[in-house]
Design a protein around this ligand. Structure first.
Ligand SMILES: *[C@@H]1O[C@H](CO)[C@@H](O)[C@H](O)[C@H]1NC(C)=O
Ligand SMILES: *[C@@H]1O[C@H](CO)[C@@H](O)[C@H](O)[C@H]1NC(C)=O
Ligand SMILES: *[C@@H]1O[C@H](CO)[C@@H](O)[C@H](O)[C@H]1NC(C)=O
Ligand SMILES: *[C@@H]1O[C@H](CO)[C@@H](O)[C@H](O)[C@H]1NC(C)=O
Length: 468
């Protein structure tokens, strides 16, 4: 299974490797943005933090808007985070360009030039990779309004470790000790800290911007997939934030995958919401994705049904067309012109595409509750039928249920109200501009931090962990 998965990924990534070379590394990392914001100096390799990055002193308790929400962020050796970005080509060694265009701008990636022919709004759009949340989260945390330099005053302790970058470099390495070296180093470094001893790390949290399955390797045979980061007892004491969590583990929380939109202000969000609300949606439904081998997914049925329907826009990511599926404009164009977007499981239960669909105001259609409902409980409302459709997997694969007929039977009023709910979710599922300290709306980062703070507070009271 693991070896099949590795071979499969190799094939996928080989297909995506046709990107143009990125020029020299420093020009990629330091290319000025077309936006007015400066590049983050914290994402250069200057290891001495500048004065504005020092946490502000805690204000007097009487006027303390941060009470109960202070975060202490470790100042970690750069080998655990920013140094990993230095050799950005090595983070995705099977492509010519590596991760260089994606680690730029605090993990948001290169800015989109222009509005993509009317696909994007004026401000806040970047070519963002799906597996960079650790970098993005660190950037947002540097500008969190309630940082403290005093660990004893903190509600929770943030560990800025770039687990997804570390794994990316070694993902096809056959030697387990190479894959685990930095995780091992991290555990040793953390457990020697006085900050750790206060709660045995149970007030600590970190982000590893991939799925949980990449960090739970069971055995040490070289061919087995992933690292064993999440298996260390010390790491199990912490809260791991991932884009897909294990339902059998309490030490991880799932948060949305990053999308292409990183607005700075509520006004930028509102402008985008107006745009998707007004978008013409000639297609009843659409599917953007490729086939998967085997009987574990229903993609073959989806591609067949969508291909056969005049009301479905099929963006088939297959063969020569596959690289187009990584082109933000092409994907967003499909979703912005569809009323429903099909979101079957990918290589794991979840897909980044679900969040691209929500961003486009397209109502997601799931085939398994594990694709979103049981994962993103912090960010997506529990009234599932208000913003999404579930067509059980077995109805399509076993009973030949027509996706088109199922969706066409939903009344136009219901479709409108569901779409409005999806559009309302947009600010909650996007990650704001990592370079900005004037973000004035509650984004996916804020929701996640509040959840961790609540979770640690329950742990301090000796109450069990909860998912919400
Ligand atoms: C795996 O890597 C470690 C550390 O680099 C090395 O000591 C060890 O000999 C390697 N094992 C194999 C089987 O190559
Ligand atoms: C994990 O937390 C428990 C309970 O606080 C503690 O006894 C244990 O030592 C911690 N583990 C590590 C590796 O610090
Ligand atoms: C898929 O299922 C069918 C019927 O159950 C079976 O005949 C076929 O061999 C399976 N294919 C794979 C690739 O597992
Ligand atoms: C499934 O439904 C389609 C359209 O109604 C039909 O053409 C096809 O023959 C059906 N397939 C099976 C295996 O029943």
């Amino acid at each position: 299974m693991a070896i099949l998965s590795a071979v499969f990924w190799f094939l996928v990534f080989s297909l995506l490797s046709g990107m143009p070379g990125g020029g020299d590394l420093s020009s990629v990392l330091f290319r000025p943005s077309s936006l007015s914001l400066p590049l983050l100096n914290s994402f250069t390799f200057d290891q001495n933090p500048s004065p504005e990055q020092q946490p502000p002193p805690a204000p007097a308790p009487a006027e303390d808007r941060c009470a109960g929400r202070y975060i202490y962020m470790y100042d970690m050796p750069a080998r655990f985070n920013e140094e990993l970005l230095r050799d950005c080509r090595a983070l995705r060694p099977w492509t010519a360009e590596g991760m260089c265009r994606y680690v730029a701008n605090g993990g948001m990636g290169e800015p989109m030039g222009g509005d993509g022919g009317g696909i994007f709004s004026e401000r806040g759009w970047f070519d963002t990779d799906q597996f960079v949340l650790d970098i993005i989260f660190h950037g947002r945390m540097k500008r969190y309004g309630c940082l403290t330099g005093d660990p004893a005053a903190a509600a929770a302790v943030f560990v800025p470790f770039y687990g997804s970058c570390d794994l990316g470099r070694h993902i096809f390495h056959r030697n387990a000790s190479v894959k685990d070296a930095l995780s091992e180093d991290l555990v040793g470094w953390l457990t020697r800290r006085s900050e750790w001893r206060a709660m045995g790390g149970r007030d600590h949290f970190f982000v590893a911007g991939r799925t949980t399955w990449d960090f739970r390797r069971e055995r040490d045979e070289g061919w087995e997939w992933g690292s064993k980061l999440l298996n260390y007892p010390a790491v199990q004491n912490m809260t791991a934030i991932l884009v897909e969590a294990s339902p059998w583990s309490r030490n991880n929380l799932a948060v949305p995958y990053p999308t292409y939109f990183h607005p700075e202000t509520a006004a930028d969000v509102a402008a985008w919401q107006r745009r998707v609300r007004a978008a013409a949606r000639p297609w009843l439904f659409s599917f953007a994705g490729g086939p998967r081998k085997g009987n574990g997914t229903i993609r073959a049925d989806i591609i067949r049904q969508c291909g056969a329907s005049s009301r479905c826009n099929l963006f088939h990511c297959h063969g020569a067309a596959a690289s187009g599926c990584n082109a933000p404009g092409a994907v967003m164009r499909v979703f912005e012109s569809s009323r429903f977007c099909l979101e079957p499981r990918g290589d794991t239960m979840t897909r980044r595409s679900t969040f691209d669909a929500i961003l486009a105001g397209c109502i997601p259609v799931f085939f398994h509750p594990g694709s979103a409902y049981t994962q993103y409980t912090l960010h997506l409302p529990p009234e599932r039928g208000g913003w999404s459709v579930l067509i059980p997997h077995a109805d399509v694969t076993g009973r030949n249920v027509s996706i088109e007929e199922t969706l066409a039977a939903i009344s136009p009023e219901k479709v409108r109200s569901m779409r409005e709910e999806v559009i309302r979710l947009i600010p909650t599922v996007v990650y704001a501009d990592t370079r900005s300290s004037r973000v004035d709306f509650r984004d996916a980062f804020d929701v996640a931090v509040d959840a961790v703070v609540g979770r640690v507070a329950r742990r301090r009271r000796d109450e069990p962990d909860a998912r919400r």
